[in-house]
Design a protein around this ligand. Structure first.
Ligand code: NAD
Ligand code: ZN
Length: 258
């Protein structure tokens, strides 16, 4: 295990974060940054699919309805990357934190299903999940890996409607249940742990603001300053999620004397 002093997050800060997390009701908000170490690039980072495709164009609901085949060429590549991706130490640490009662839920903007693959149970999918496909005709849901993508777009075996990944596209609203559950969690939390999000995408970016307005302590993990860092964050741990979260988890275990 590397030493945290060698990184930009001194052990003192990690201990402070663990102390806050260890004593109270913690809600976690994750963004694309947490899945970078699993090989899934964030929209705004370098490399990966997004240098080839503009997600705002191909994952736009109007464009998809107009020309689903064109969107599906990119979506098929996204699904292949997501299907192969494995949870990294950041996802695994959060799953262990939930198991040990340190975190009550994860609200994720990610659409890759990696929190569930890591074993997290209470995951609120703010932007849906590409591991499921939804029929635009009858709203039936299918596991993506069970649908043949050799000819695009795929169609619903029941009503022949076009199938779309069950992720929120640009121009679509946040699923009502996820929005409701996220607000309930955020209003009750005393600590919000914000991991790997730029804080640019609304309405998810408003969740830390809401938590803060209700008096919550905001801990942020990100290698870069985000839109939240100077105005919303109480304790900033500058580093990669896959490096910082395992250290926090170790500290939590030490606090509990495991
Ligand atoms: P974003 O792309 O706007 O920002 C990513 C953030 O992660 C940046 O602040 C960056 O500094 C940080 N980051 C990079 N590497 C990191 C690491 N190793 N550890 C911690 N943080 C790291 O992401 P966003 O705020 O989640 O918003 C983008 C939208 O794109 C989301 O709504 C999401 O649905 C979608 N998206 C999802 C995935 C995914 O499911 N994995 C991937 C790309 C985009
Ligand atoms: Zn159908």
């Amino acid at each position: 295990m590397f030493s945290p002093e060698e990184q930009n997050f001194p052990l003192k800060k990690v201990k402070d974060a663990a102390k806050e997390i260890g004593t109270t009701n913690v809600v976690v908000l994750t963004g694309a940054g947490i899945s970078v170490a699993s090989g899934i690039m964030p929209f705004r980072g370098k490399g990966g699919l997004w240098e080839k495709y503009d997600p705002e164009e191909v994952a736009n609901i109007e464009n998809f309805r107009r020309n689903p085949k064109k969107s599906w060429v990119m979506l098929k590549e996204v699904l292949e990357v997501v299907e192969k991706a494995l949870p990294n130490p950041a996802h695994l640490s959060l799953a262990r934190m939930e198991e040990m009662g340190f975190a009550s839920s994860i609200i994720t903007q990610n659409i890759d299903g990696l929190h569930q693959k890591a074993g997290s149970k209470t995951v609120i999918e703010f932007h849906g999940n590409t591991t499921r496909l939804v029929c635009l005709g009858c709203a039936a849901l299918y596991p993506a890996r069970e649908i043949d993508l050799s000819s695009l777009p795929p169609y619903c075996p029941v009503c022949n409607g076009v199938l779309k990944p069950d992720a929120v596209f640009f121009g679509e609203s946040i699923p009502r249940n996820a929005l409701y559950q996220a607000h309930m969690e955020v209003q009750q939390c005393q600590v919000m742990l914000v991991v790997g999000t730029s804080g640019m995408v609304e309405p998810a970016a408003s969740l830390p603001r809401l938590a803060k307005s209700k008096g919550a302590f905001i801990i942020e993990i990100n290698p870069e300053h985000s839109y939240l860092t100077s105005s919303i964050t109480t304790l900033f741990l500058q580093g990669k999620a896959e490096e910082v979260l395992p250290v926090i988890f170790e500290e939590l275990c030490a606090l509990r004397d495991y």
